[in-house]
Design a protein around this ligand. Structure first.
Ligand code: ADP
Ligand code: MG
Length: 607
């Protein structure tokens, strides 16, 4: 059974599989090779991908996008709060986790980001199953290199809810490096820089490739920088123009702002190939149309500080990798936003005119590499590609709090994973201390208050002794997916405790995952029922029109009276009227109509 690679993007997702030793990017049922990571809920159905995007402006309150931005974050998180302000749909606080609140089949429903993620994953999986003609159960899913432990776990949970066995999570830029490296493996070491600027996140990775081994040396990035930020800047600029022209402020009108953002996104793309465009929105607010010219220069100016930030991150990552710009052999561009001419210019300036690599499609590179890696992990290699190895790194330093305030780093950032670090000298800070609270943090700052807490655990009943006497062995383990387990153990007493998950951040537990899995099945069934209903409707309609046509035929007219014909015609129009009113009719009811007409019609035995 093949395993697939899924790039679960903030804005777009992409799925690929290895077939006959070649990576295939799989097109969805619309024929598109990338699928919007959007899920919408209507009165009678759930839509995922292109269909959800199509209906977004009419159904903006129930169309969820960018769920990935909330994955693994608590409701109170600053970025969550600022995102909520921009969104036209509702996000509520449920046990400290953000949940999307929507209307589905005239009922109020709430979904956590993992569930929305799982719906996108399910749709990608179905796309792949349709292509391969087999069930798929295993996948490699990609995450931004800068994703924290909690965000990785949330992604894994999303996979699990979708009923997928997540073989491994790999970093998006590393996946892109694989895609690039597959035809570049050679004995000479090549140093590459992967620049991935997507819709919501930005990642930079420096890696070396040699002898079918990809070694990541350093990563950097910003989990909150991407194409949507550029859209927002442009939308705010347009809103200011609208205010000036018409005296109407629309900043807090989420519907108007989201229409405007959509138009800006469109213009932004146009500005990547032409130097000017018009942003046009019909009936933006109070029935007034909006139209304003925008130039590429203006767009670049509106975003110049954000663009500069990307270059700063590149410089910092190179510093971490201990490399100078001239030591980089190749720059690989990944993510839709690398199509922006200004970004390319800035990179070319920084790398002193070195050519940017354009041979791999920036939208597909990540899924491409993930599929290659999935095949690499699968036992059945007959169909796969030649084996290779990746050695990734952890993006943030990991450590523990000491003396209630200081960060003691156990694993420095950019350490190769999987890894295990062990220390035997952790001890108490007060005399006769009988319990220790172990608090685990990630981040680069010396004070734990400036870092990000991952979780904590306690060991109690420690025999009282002077401070510094009890000794604890601490181990930090990071698995190949970048997920951390911390374990503490007192040899003299056998006391121990550990954490893998951070309940603090509202990580889903097994019971919840199972519940969501069951719900996902219910949704799938509801979607299937909806499809069956739609098919039955079409079948009835087709049938009715065929009957009507046949009744008008010369043969029929010659044989039967007008009265008889009217009888059938009436049934036909009754059924069409009924269909129009009963938009939610069950398949059985619809079929009953068809049978009824057929019975009537068959009496004339003309079919
Ligand atoms: P993600 O990985 O976050 O899902 P993608 O790599 O698919 O994102 O990139 C999506 C982003 O790329 C969107 O913000 C989109 O507006 C932007 N984008 C796509 N095409 C272009 C283009 N031609 N010019 C500028 N931006 C683009
Ligand atoms: Mg991406």
């Amino acid at each position: 059974m093949p395993a697939i690679g899924i790039d679960l993007g903030t804005t777009y997702s992409c799925v690929a599989v290895v077939k006959n030793g070649k990576v295939e990017i799989i097109a969805n049922d619309r024929g598109n090779r990338v699928t919007p990571s959007i899920v919408s809920f209507t009165e009678n159905q759930r839509l995922i991908g292109d269909a959800a995007k199509d209906g977004a402006s009419q159904n903006y309150k129930n169309t969820i996008y960018q769920a990935k931005r909330l994955m693994g974050r608590p409701y109170s998180d600053d970025t969550v709060q600022s995102d909520i302000k921009h969104w036209p749909f509702e996000v509520i606080d449920k046990e400290r986790k953000p949940y999307f609140k929507v209307q589905y089949k005239n009922e109020t429903k709430t979904f956590c980001p993992e569930e929305i993620g799982s719906m996108v994953l399910t749709s990608m999986r179905e796309t792949a199953e349709a292509f391969i003609g087999q069930k798929i159960e295993e996948a490699v899913i990609t995450v931004p290199a800068y994703f924290t432990d909690a965000q990785r776990k949330a992604t894994k949970d999303a996979g699990e809810i979708a009923g997928l066995k997540v073989l491994e999570l790999i970093n998006e830029p590393t996946a892109a490096a694989i895609a690039y490296g597959l035809d570049q493996f050679s004995e000479d070491m090549r140093k590459i820089l992967i620049f991935d600027l997507g819709g919501g996140t930005f990642d930079v990775t420096v890696a070396t490739i040699k002898d079918r081994v990809i070694d990541v040396i350093a990563t950097g990035g910003n989990t909150h920088l991407g194409g949507e930020d550029f859209d927002n800047r442009m939308a705010e600029h347009c809103a200011a123009i609208f205010l000036k022209k018409h005296g109407i402020p629309i900043y807090s009108n989420t519907r108007a702002m989201s229409k405007l953002r959509r138009a800006c996104e469109h213009s932004k793309r146009t500005l990547s190939s032409s130097t000017n465009d018009n942003v046009v929105v019909e009936a933006l607010a109070e029935g007034i149309d909006f139209s304003a010219p925008i130039t590429r220069a203006k767009f670049d100016d509106l975003n110049s500080d954000l663009f500069d930030q990307t270059i700063e991150v590149v410089e910092k990552t190179l510093l971490d990798a201990k490399l100078r710009v001239d030591q980089i052999d190749e720059i690989v561009l990944v993510g839709g936003s690398t199509r922006l001419p200004r970004i390319r210019e800035l990179l070319e300036e920084l790398f002193e005119g070195k050519e940017l690599r354009r041979t791999i499609n920036p939208d597909e590179a990540v899924a491409h590499g993930a599929a290659a890696y999935a095949s690499n992990l699968c036992e059945d290699v007959s169909d796969g590609i030649e084996q290779f190895t990746i050695r990734d790194v952890t993006p943030l330093s990991l450590g523990m709090e000491s003396c209630g305030r200081d960060m003691v780093t156990f694993i420095p950032r950019n350490t190769n994973i999987p890894t295990r670090v062990h220390q035997d000298t952790w001890t108490t800070t007060k005399d006769h201390q009988t319990s220790i609270l172990f608090k685990v943090f990630e981040g680069e700052r010396a004070a734990t208050k400036d870092n990000n807490i991952l979780g904590s655990f306690v060991i109690n009943d420690i025999p009282p002794e002077p401070r510094g006497v009890p000794k604890f062995s601490i181990s930090f383990d990071i698995d190949a997916s970048g997920i951390l387990t911390v374990h503490a153990y007192q040899r003299s007493t056998g006391l121990q405790n550990s954490i893998t998950i951070e309940n603090d951040k509202g990580r889903l537990d097994a019971i919840m995952i199972n519940r969501m899995k069951a719900e996902a099945e219910v949704f799938k069934q509801a979607d299937e029922e909806w499809k069956a209903q739609s098919q039955a409707r079409h079948k009835l309609e087709d049938y009715v029109y065929a009957v009507k046509k046949s009744i008008r035929s010369r043969k029929f007219v010659a044989r039967y009276s007008e009265e008889e014909r009217q009888k059938i015609l009436k049934k036909c129009s009754d059924s069409l009227n009924w269909l129009e009113i009963h938009t939610n009719a069950a398949k059985g009811e619809i079929e009953a109509w068809r049978k009824d007409i057929k019975r009537e019609y068959d009496r004339y035995q003309l079919l």
